[in-house]
Design a binder for this molecule. Structure first.
Ligand code: SAJ
Length: 425
């Protein structure tokens, strides 16, 4: 088989594993990115992203990483893997996707397959991307093929990665659909589902991530109500999870962060509005999840009242900065909001995150414990789960707020400290 040439646009946590896996499966792979340092590292076989799959496999393959978009013209397939964040008004920001499409148009290769992996809302391919090509005189299914295969990378996941996660693919025509499906069949050892249209493919990712946001909001609301009723919500959810069918546990916490879960629902909420539908339920779920940092600070104030300490002037040691366990990613991290609220209440804030030491205010856990009156665990890094009540007690810690319900509640309480989890008294 003639080695097909593939250009991956955007070499982040989605594009780089895809580039490596495509190269491992025999494609000639070019990578396009605007970060020169990232390009240098990749061309020297070093991964700019901490991920086992990359650390092991990047040195084995030959990816031509470059900042020069002319490389697109060489390739049979171009795959867009750039970020799709939301702006300060929580509206979808498709600027990076537009930039990638412009680069493909400027360096157009007739007959190319263009695949969008970036998360986009239903309608973006037909209402934004295809019109951009048409504007430049490039007709879909004639001059190029356009497909969508939503990314499903789960950063830090030891089991699921680009080699084995099932995928869905949608396109404008059968040739584009089959070509894209063949590509993913070649590189993924999993199911590749061909959708009846590109719009259904665009909807899949939003559905799966909104599902997660709503279910997290459900248990966050339970946590607030069970706090008032003295019920341990974690135990109740674990009990519900013994039901072997039709229950999927989610867990309450001090907030929902990351580049997917708190972002993707807004894509559907905003687009559905244009079609005259108001996603009330999804908006309420977002509101509940966005309220969790404030709720966590209220728990801290209640706990400090029990030991007659005002938040004003108290030194609070915040454990964790990143949005989820064992990653260094700060995007949409709820910890930002927690720190803002602590400072608004005139607390002295110290922070330590072993994955983000450059933004931590102390060098290690023991320094944090020594200097703090109260502890607020905001990220459930594995290292933090080993914290013992002795570590805390011997440093005079009086209050522990467990924002990810991952500490040993009973032993902290037995040591005479005030413990509050999210939905756990
Ligand atoms: N969180 C909770 N309670 C939960 C689960 C998560 O509060 O029960 C919080 C986390 O602490 C974090 C945020 O939500 O702040 C997001 O956590 P996440 O586990 O969903 O992690 P992400 O953002 O990396 O989500 C990715 C998504 N993958 C893709 O979009 C391709 C998501 O679809 C996956 O479901 C998720 O990983 C996963 O299952 O780990």
């Amino acid at each position: 088989m003639k080695k097909e040439k593939v250009c991956i646009i955007g070499l982040g946590y989605v594009g780089l594993p895809l580039a490596v896996q495509a190269a491992l499966r025999g494609y000639e792979v070019y990578g396009l990115d605007n970060d020169k340092e990232k390009i240098r590292k990749i061309n020297s076989g070093k991964s700019p992203i901490k991920e086992d799959f990359l650390d092991i496999n990047l040195p084995k393959v030959n990816i031509h990483a470059t900042a020069d978009p002319k490389v697109i013209k060489k390739c049979d397939i171009s795959i867009v893997c750039v970020p799709t964040p939301i702006d300060e008004k929580k509206l979808p920001d498709l600027t990076p996707v537009k930039g990638a499409i412009e680069a493909i148009i400027q360096n157009f290769k007739k007959g190319q397959l263009v695949i969008i992996e970036s998360t986009i809302n239903p309608g973006v391919c037909e209402e934004m991307i295809e019109p951009m090509f048409k504007e430049a005189g490039k007709i879909v299914n004639k001059d190029y093929h356009l497909a969508h295969c939503p990314e499903r990378i789960n950063p830090g996941d030891p089991k699921w990665n680009v080699t084995n996660i099932n995928r869905v693919v949608g396109a404008f025509d059968k040739k584009g659909l089959q070509w894209a499906a063949d590509f993913y069949e070649n590189i993924v050892d999993g199911q590749i589902m061909q959708m009846s249209s590109i719009r259904e493919a665009e909807a899949v990712k939003i559905v799966e991530n909104s599902f997660r946001d709503i279910n997290i909001a459900f248990v966050n609301e339970l946590a607030k109500s069970f706090d008032k009723m003295g019920i341990d919500v974690v135990e109740a959810i674990k009990g519900a999870a013994t039901k072997p069918f039709s229950f999927m546990p989610h867990w309450p916490s001090c907030g929902v962060g990351g580049h997917c879960i708190p972002v993707d629902p807004y894509y559907l909420i905003e687009r559905a509005k244009l079609s005259g539908f108001d996603h009330e339920f999804m908006k309420i779920a977002r509101k509940v999840n966005l309220s969790m940092p404030e709720y966590t600070i209220e728990l801290l104030q209640d706990a400090l009242n029990e030991v007659k300490m005002p938040l004003n002037g108290t030194t609070v040691g915040v454990l964790g900065l990143s949005y989820k366990a064992n990653v260094s990613d700060l995007r949409e991290s709820p910890v930002k909001e927690l720190i803002k609220l602590l400072k608004e209440n005139k607390a002295n804030v110290l922070t330590f995150d072993p994955y983000v030491t450059d933004k931590s205010t102390v060098k290690n856990l023991s320094e944090l414990f020594k200097k703090s009156d109260a502890i607020l665990l905001a990220t459930d890094h594995t290292e933090f789960k080993k914290i013992s009540s002795e570590d805390l007690k011997k440093n005079g810690i009086k209050v522990v707020i467990d924002g990810k319900n991952c500490l040993d509640k009973e032993s902290i309480k037995e040591s005479g400290m005030v413990y509050k989890g999210i939905g756990r008294r």
